[in-house]
Design a binder for this molecule. Sequence first.
Ligand code: NDP
Length: 450
Amino acid sequence: MDYIHDTLSGLRQSSPAQKEFYQAAEEVLDCLRPLLEQYPHYHDHAIIERIVEPERQIMFRVCWTDDAGKVHVNKGYRIQFNSALGPYKGGLRFHSSVNASIIKFLGFEQIFKNALTGLSIGGGKGGSNFDPKGKSDTEIMRFCQAFMSELYRHIGPNTDVPAGDIGVGGREIGYMFGQYKRLTGHYEGVLTGKGLDWGGSLGRKEATGYGTVYFAQDMLMARGEEIKGKTCLVSGAGNVAIYTIEKLLELGALPISCSDSNGTVHHPEGIDLDTLKLLKEVKRSSLREYVEHHPQATFIDIQDYPEDGHAVWRLKGELAFPCATQNEVTEADATALLESGVYCVSEGSNMASTAEAVGRLLEAQIAYGPGKAANAGGVATSQLEMAQNSSMQQWSLAKVDKKLRTVMADIHRRCATTAKEFEQPNNLVLGANIAGFRKVADAMIAQGHC
Ligand code: NDP
């Protein structure tokens, strides 16, 4: 009997039309085959069947009013996937593309990512199909308050602690925190990514991007290479992309691109971080404006993207950092990256590469760090924020960054050691999935059949 095949077929039947979730489940379960052959006791406890089933999925209506007084209705989600290792932890995404499949794949990935950090955090995720683009500040506030008016009853500092993700940064966390406090009367660490003056952690904003670069550093070090002087392709222009670029510049690399939903900036002399932060963190405007500040850079409009992929991956570089969204590296993109000589890919975004692209990158035996390992620095630092909240302390940036560096090195070591144990030393996808799974599965067995 092929448990994995049967479980995946069961998922397709019981959760129809959730293609992103099947993709994530298939990748993880396929990687587990050698582990399950060696340790069949996992089957006795129905771990595979249990781990793909969320403990709880909450869907709710979010009703809010725009500045003109028009009433809008959006869908709200929170998935509490697995609490074997600790309170549910994972971000909230506000983007028009959000649906049940996307939240479920993100929540599923989060289980293994959180396990890899070695910290006591379970897996969860949430969000809404609300599109923050073009909304006024007061509209964003009203939406966040409406969203939290339902979510607050399902979360708490010891049960479920959401954070940010696409479309949810410091501003949105602030509005949701305020509403939680108003409804419960409790000033407590129920969200992470908070402002520095009211419970936030230094280094949290930077953590995912910095961590993705640290992971690349460790992959390169294992191959006798270093990051300094390397030409880097970066996609995205949000939180993760900005702080990936910041760390790359600090380490002496040359990031030459960034992208948003309008197009890609190619700046061969190196992305100007101040301009990028001004456009995205202050003005919240399009990357189109970048070339007004830097005429020597080029803007490639989204309309001119190649049909089978993305312009950013057709530029020439040595290292690649996808930092925008899922499936942003197609098979054709992966082929183009390899042909242009890219030999290290570290994923800031979740499930950045399609299954076919992952296959190409692994086949080529380049250094490839999947998102669940390479971008775990954000959630790890969120857990550090929780630790500071519960002890009423605020640590220095240097202390947080040092801990982040250690966590990322540990994650790389766990993935690499596990990959080696199963005789595929270059396969960090296999290493990440088995190492993450084993920790959660063992805790689930110890906690009985529930
Ligand atoms: P942001 O909202 O700050 O930025 C996202 C960026 O990607 C924006 O530039 C956005 O362009 C672009 N983008 C998003 N969706 C699309 C799309 N469908 N097509 C084209 N461009 C798109 O999000 P983050 O930087 O926080 O998140 C980026 C990725 O990193 C996500 O996959 C997220 O899950 C992952 N991640 C984030 C963590 C965090 O701590 N924030 C932690 C771990 C993973 P535009 O502005 O035009 O919309």
